[in-house]
Design a protein around this ligand. Structure first.
Ligand code: 5GP
Ligand code: MG
Length: 192
């Protein structure tokens, strides 16, 4: 695993994003909508740096299944959201890859009557965008590699890392083998 962004770099990125969001909101109450599950660490760190009235809610989106590292079909669940009519909303996601997740959520929240929907992502992968929209706030541009940590997972693991790391093909193969239920048991450490 190769460290791409250290905890210190992430902290200053969040600080900068919070300042940009604050300048844009100009004291208007903001409803932060985190995209589960990858955004939980970002939302927790970001909201503690926002001045002004903030409320928080969560939507759920998934485009990856298990050990896949390419997007599958997109599922959205918005049933945890409160009434958004007339609200200024900031959608927060971990990463903008093809952009399809963010675009679908922004459209869905506009359809629910939000007054204004802005989008924030911690990471944007270069050369991967497949939609016309651009996120309003971007923490870091990264190369087209599969990343984990600071909320981002591989098959449910690595979210707890305080940094962002790139997984190469060998890391992915090792993690897949470790998670496979058919893996052979570790050899006994001593003879019976
Ligand atoms: P998009 O819809 O923009 O293609 O994909 C966005 C979603 O895919 C993100 O919310 C994230 O869950 C997942 N994703 C995209 N790239 C990566 C990556 O490199 N690592 C991880 N862990 N998730 C990713
Ligand atoms: Mg996601």
């Amino acid at each position: 695993m190769r460290v791409l962004l250290t905890a210190a770099e992430l902290a200053s990125g969040i600080e900068r994003l919070a300042a940009e969001v604050g300048r844009d909101a100009r004291g208007t109450p903001l409803m932060v909508v985190g995209v589960l599950t990858g955004s939980i660490v970002i939302v927790a760190d970001l909201i503690r740096r926002l001045d002004g009235p903030v409320s928080v809610s969560m939507a759920w989106a998934s485009s990856y299944r298990g050990t896949a590292t390419e997007p599958g079909s997109l599922e959205l669940h918005l049933d945890l959201l409160p009434d958004l009519a007339g609200q200024d909303v900031l959608v927060v996601d971990d990463i903008f890859d093809t952009g399809r997740t963010m675009e679908a959520i922004v459209v869905a929240l506009e359809e629910r009557g939000a007054a204004r929907v802005r989008s924030l992502v911690l990471l944007r992968k270069q050369g991967r965008g497949e939609v016309a929209m651009e996120p309003d706030f971007v923490g870091f541009e990264i190369p087209d590699v599969f990343v984990v940590g600071y909320g981002l997972d591989f098959d449910g693991t690595f979210r707890q890392l305080d940094h962002v790391a790139a997984l190469d093909a060998a890391d992915i193969a090792a993690a897949r083998a470790a998670h496979s239920p058919s893996r052979s048991p570790d050899p006994p450490s001593c003879a019976p």
